[in-house]
Design a protein around this ligand. Structure first.
Ligand SMILES: Nc1ncnc2c1ncn2[C@@H]1O[C@H](COP(=O)(O)OP(=O)(O)OP(=O)(O)O)[C@@H](O)[C@H]1O
Length: 600
């Protein structure tokens, strides 16, 4: 991942609103100069009195000019702020969208290895911290900087000694700030780690609340949450305590320009080298930059928070994407080939280190329309094979081809259109069940969604819900059984109607009625398709054209059921264990075995 300077990141995201930002700065500059006018007007009125020209007309004239300057300041400040806020929100929107977009394009492992709390914290909270600095910093800070420089030049013109005197407080405040800033990066890093930890613990607590309650761990896990919150509080408080004296000193010293100008000015006046009008003007001008200098202290903090928030956001935006082909490939068949496929989840692993590789030297030919089952002990690599085919990760060595084309050369969109992957995790989004099923094909009509639901045996239970297909997954969530959720996932896949179906067969929903319905819906989904089943119960895959036995990431044997029973001791043992457990389940439940075998 290439590192990028935070300014170039901002300007990249500000591309679309650059014009607005420029205008915003321009208005802010006008506003700042408008703000100087009242000081000049007051100076002029003083001069009128010193010169003995204090007529009502003259005083009204300069008062009017002062008022006009003030109105200009307020009006242009408002215009500038509106434009800078619009731009800031656009930039925030672009950053958030590009992180979400990126998460879809990077290897799945990168996303899964991060805690949901940290990702949420970056996308929502961290990016939000940029808004206020961005909306105010660019116009206000820039214009304040310009104002300070102009005032300084003006002071030099009036009396260079007074100009130097006005910088005394800047110098003292600057040193104090410099000391605080020395450890700022390190402290801020730790602060962010602590904040991410709190977020992760909160999200974990909420996501796992069912398990926590079921195992009566509420008090214990709350302790973990409380500890994280306390640690965060302690850290922030310690940081605050270690810096507040210096920060307070710096922020009070920096804008106190009178600290230098008043004694020096009086000294020069007494010595006779500064006339009263110039002394008054110098004091007024140095007061005029107090606001600008105060803003400058805020700017230092703002710059840091922008810098760190963008660094965190760029941690995601800058992740290398899975290479994606741009040109659609013409596929005449859906024959699948695994050639010497080796894969390790550990990027640093030397390929072919058998202990660390999840798949080693997988060679497999699957013909279009075949039904292939993968069996093996837990952790043997069954799901990894499926993840390789859908490119959730890329193979470390070897290649996977569809119709002779390496899947890396097929655009990911086209590949995903060709494959329906029904995983064990039947995630439902918090929208209506109609929309949840329509995810399979966003162009499907309501009628097509209902037809797919009927085929997946979902229609009946959805119709019984209060709002039928309009029930949101959130409302229905508690009312849906695991098997019903799985059938909704199957309905999605039926609607998608891809030529290749991968089924990570769930073991959880094995009550006879659900099982019967699930098998019926699967039979409907897989009609005429190339079917890859990750099998957990062997009786459902007895009819497979090929059963692939995996062991520690390697293919141990391939064959049909009967063939494997006679030639593979591993398969025979698995089958015996399966039959044994079925008999045990049947006798303990006193229920008949109603497994329906898959057929394609
Ligand atoms: N995201 C991951 N990161 C690191 N290692 C992983 C990841 N997912 C799986 N593994 C490891 O890869 C190996 C193969 O896992 P895989 O999920 O493919 O097995 P499986 O045969 O499908 O198991 P199960 O039947 O329990 O689902 C295991 O050792 C597992 O610990």
């Amino acid at each position: 991942m290439k590192k990028k300077n935070w300014l170039s990141i901002v300007s990249f995201y500000a591309k679309e609103c650059k014009f607005k930002l420029v205008i915003s700065v321009f208005f802010a500059v006008i506003s700042v100069f408008g703000g100087i006018v009242p000081y000049i007007a007051v100076y002029r009125i003083f001069m009128l009195f010193f010169d003995g020209n204090q007529t009502t007309d003259n005083i009204i004239y300069w008062s009017g000019i002062g008022l006009a300057g003030y109105v200009t300041k307020v009006a242009f400040h408002s215009f500038s702020t509106v434009l800078s806020h619009i731009s800031a929100y656009r930039i925030l929107q672009s950053i958030r969208l590009s992180i979400c977009d990126k998460l879809m394009k990077v290897p799945l492992g990168v996303v899964l290895n991060e805690s949901a709390g940290k990702i949420k914290n970056t996308i929502v909270d961290r990016v939000e911290t940029i808004e206020i600095p961005l909306a105010h910093m660019i116009p206000e800070s820039l214009s304040n900087l310009i104002l300070s420089i102009c005032v300084l030049i003006y002071l030099i013109i009036i009396d260079w000694r007074m100009a130097l005197a006005s910088l005394i407080s800047v110098f003292i405040g600057g040193i104090a700030y410099g000391i605080v800033m020395k450890t700022y990066n390190e402290k801020y890093d730790d602060y962010m780690k602590s904040s991410n930890h709190v977020n992760s613990v909160i999200v974990e607590y909420i996501e796992g609340i069912q398990v926590i309650k079921a195992f009566n761990q509420s008090a214990k896990s709350y302790e973990k949450f409380e500890k994280a919150v306390n640690e965060f509080k302690n850290y922030t408080l310690d940081w605050f305590k270690s810096t507040w004296k210096l920060i307070n000193f710096a922020s009070s010293a920096l804008p106190t320009s009178l600290l230098g100008t008043l004694p020096v000015g009086l000294y020069l006046y007494i010595k006779g080298s500064l006339n009263p009008a110039d002394l008054t003007m110098c004091l007024l001008l140095s007061l005029g930059i107090v606001g600008a200098l105060t803003n400058f202290t805020v700017l230092v903090n703002d710059l840091k928070s922008i810098q760190f928030a963008l660094r965190d956001a760029y941690e995601y935006v800058g992740i290398d994407e899975l290479p994606n082909a741009s040109k659609k490939k013409k596929l005449n068949s859906y024959n699948i080939q695994f050639n010497n496929v080796t894969f390790s989840y550990d990027n640093d692993n030397e390929v072919k280190n058998d202990d660390k590789s999840a798949l080693i030297d997988i060679n497999l030919n699957i013909k279009e329309g075949q039904f292939i089952a993968f069996v093996g002990a837990s952790g043997s690599g069954k799901s990894t094979i499926a993840r390789m085919l859908v490119r959730f990760w890329d193979v470390s060595e070897g290649e996977i081809k569809i119709d002779g084309v390496n899947i890396k050369d097929i655009p990911i969109d086209q590949l995903m259109d060709s494959i329906s992957y029904v995983t064990q995790d039947n995630f439902l989004f918090n929208c209506s069940l109609m929309e949840n099923i329509r995810l399979g094909n966003i162009n499907a009509s309501d009628e097509e969604v209902i037809r797919a639901s009927k085929a997946a045996c979902c229609h009946e239970f959805i119709e019984k819900l209060d709002n039928k297909y309009d029930t949101t997954a959130g409302e229905a969530g508690g009312k849906l059984s695991g098997g019903e959720k799985q059938r909704i996932a199957i309905a999605r896949a039926i609607l998608k109607n891809s030529p290749i179906v991968i089924l990570d067969e769930a073991t959880a929903f094995t009550d006879p009625e659900n099982e019967d319905k699930i098998q019926k819906s699967i039979a409907e989904l897989t009609k005429g398709k190339t079917l890859l089943v990750i099998a957990h119960r062997l009786s459902t895959i007895k009819n497979a054209d090929k059963i692939v036995i995996l062991n520690n990431g390697k293919i141990r044997d391939i064959g049909e059921h009967e063939e494997l029973l006679s030639k593979s001791s591993l398969y025979k043992n698995m089958w015996d264990a399966h039959i044994g457990s079925k008999h045990w389940a049947a006798s303990s439940n006193k229920s008949s075995d109603s497994e329906v075998q898959l057929s394609v």
